[in-house]
Design a protein around this ligand. Structure first.
Ligand SMILES: C[S@@+](CC[C@H](N)C(=O)[O-])C[C@H]1O[C@@H](n2cnc3c(N)ncnc32)[C@H](O)[C@@H]1O
Length: 457
């Protein structure tokens, strides 16, 4: 007889929804009531904090629907906005990811535009910005889906290997039935997108495989007690309904999202933005395409890692070595690009050093190509930003420097040079924290930092 998965008993009320809302309201919202003067908001900093450390997005309504490496806290964005004259503000985030900036702008009643090139992540951000959807209609749709899932027959053989490794038969069977139900309920409405979101936000929670601190899945590591998929999905539906009720009372749906490429900002009118708040990919080998491998494989958008290049990576700035395999680019001609002229004297020796260091290392990673392509892509982004920003305007990049194979790359300084060459007037850097200070299991000992690069003009 096949073994039966033993899911833990659901608790009557684990109080999570309530506790999160109370924390949030007490610690933050009261401090940002409309009409308060900036000077009154100042002390809020002590409570809210500048960075993503305190009041992490995963504790905030709506932001918590999908774990993504956001780069900064929504509360920090709100603090930046509160410090400025709201009448003048039009905010652009050219790497908007899961939508933190746009949602924060809606909460502050400020128009914003978010650009994201990763199609799956764009859909997540869009679902998160559907908070004006009627919660009752959403819950009714979800109930129909639970009813459908109860009766449907599961078909799980077609799921790719990563999915078969991450879920036991019973869990996958239920997830498949719910997926069929969500498809049957798909009618292009925002309620249907929220149902999709509930399923997507439950996939990691119910996976029997481990997940890394960031988004990667570790199929080799097992969780001891996997949670029940039906209970988790019901919690997700409850959380989404509670969060949209909460947000609809406090925010204005002003944000617009576009699938677009930050290197061109083709969907943004000349001179539109007065403030840019963004966290671009760091030159540090983090693969944003891989971040959604589990979800995209479950939803049938890819079969495995190999499909990510075509479906996602080719749209993104080249910030990881997986993106630029050997012989995929001509390093010399990239370094000759006109866009790199402002930093050419510095970037050429760094890439040359990386070309020789990589040959001494086991992985032989193509950091030489990656660094050249990364700065070419970001040089184009700075030019596009100059076109779409008003004069004067402010740009804040949350960014860090980098040292692949221990070769230091002064990202901040080079960005400052590329920005001024593109036509901005000045740049300054506010350091937030040191990185790479604990060397256990680290690949190199070059001290790094991250913070806010401010570009003005
Ligand atoms: C650090 S994340 C930003 C996360 C974001 N702050 C959030 O709230 O989720 C960088 C984002 O840039 C996106 N990206 C990479 N290349 C891009 C491009 N050429 N155009 C637009 N977005 C891009 C990645 O897919 C990723 O979502």
């Amino acid at each position: 007889m096949a073994s039966v998965t033993k899911y833990p008993e659901p608790k009557e009320d684990d109080g999570v929804l309530l506790r999160l809302r109370e924390d949030y309201e007490q610690a933050v919202l009261d401090l940002f009531e409309a009409g308060q003067e900036t000077k009154e908001l100042r002390p809020a900093l002590d409570v809210v904090g500048h960075t993503s450390n305190f009041l992490d997005n995963m504790r905030l309504p709506i932001h918590r629907w999908f774990r993504y490496s956001a780069g900064f806290s929504a509360e920090w964005v709100k603090w930046l906005l509160a410090e400025r004259d709201g009448n003048e503000l039009r905010v652009l985030d050219p790497f908007v990811g899961s939508g933190t900036t746009c949602l924060a702008c809606d909460e502050m009643g400020i128009p914003s535009l978010g650009i994201e090139a990763h199609p799956f992540v764009h859909r997540v951000a869009k679902a998160k910005l559907s908070y004006t959807t009627d919660p009752e209609r959403f819950v009714a749709k979800a109930e129909r889906a639970f009813g459908f899932a109860r009766k449907a027959a599961a078909e799980t053989d077609h799921y790719p290997e990563i999915i078969q490794k991450c879920y036991g038969a019973e869990t996958l069977g239920y997830l498949d039935r719910f997926r069929q139900a969500a498809e049957a309920e798909q009618d292009g409405s925002p309620e249907a997108e929220l149902l999709w979101m509930a399923l997507v936000s439950s996939l990691r929670v119910v996976s029997e495989a481990g997940t890394a601190p960031w988004q990667y899945v570790l199929p080799g590591r097992r969780k001891t007690v996997p949670p029940s998929p039906e209970v988790s999905l019901r919690k997700a539906v409850q959380m989404i309904a509670a969060d949209i009720r909460f947000m609809a009372r406090r925010a204005q749906p002003l944000a617009k999202l576009q699938v677009d490429d930050a290197r061109k900002c083709a969907t943004v009118a000349d001179g539109w933005a007065t403030l840019v708040i963004t966290s671009p990919p760091y030159a540090n080998n983090y693969d944003y395409a891989d971040a959604t491998r589990l979800e995209m494989a479950f939803m049938g958008e890819i079969r495995g890692w190999g499909d990510l290049q075509e479906t996602v990576r080719r749209h993104l700035v080249r910030a990881c070595s997986q993106h630029v395999p050997p012989n995929s680019v001509n390093l010399d001609s990239i370094l000759e690009s006109a866009e790199l002229a402002p930093i050419r004297d510095e970037i050429v020796p760094v890439c040359r050093e990386l070309s020789s260091v990589r040959l001494e290392r086991g992985g032989k990673k193509t950091y030489n190509n990656m660094i050249a392509c990364y700065f070419l892509d970001l040089a184009q982004t700075w030019r596009a930003l100059r076109r779409v920003c008003a004069s004067p305007s402010e740009v804040c990049f949350v960014i860090g420097d980098s040292a692949p194979y221990g070769v230091y790359v002064p990202v901040i300084e080079w960005f400052g040079k590329l920005a001024t060459a593109a036509g901005f007037e000045s740049w300054t850097f506010e350091k937030l924290r040191d990185r790479n200070t604990k060397w256990k299991n680290r690949k190199h000992r070059v001290p790094l930092c991250e913070g806010h690069l401010w570009v003005r003009g």
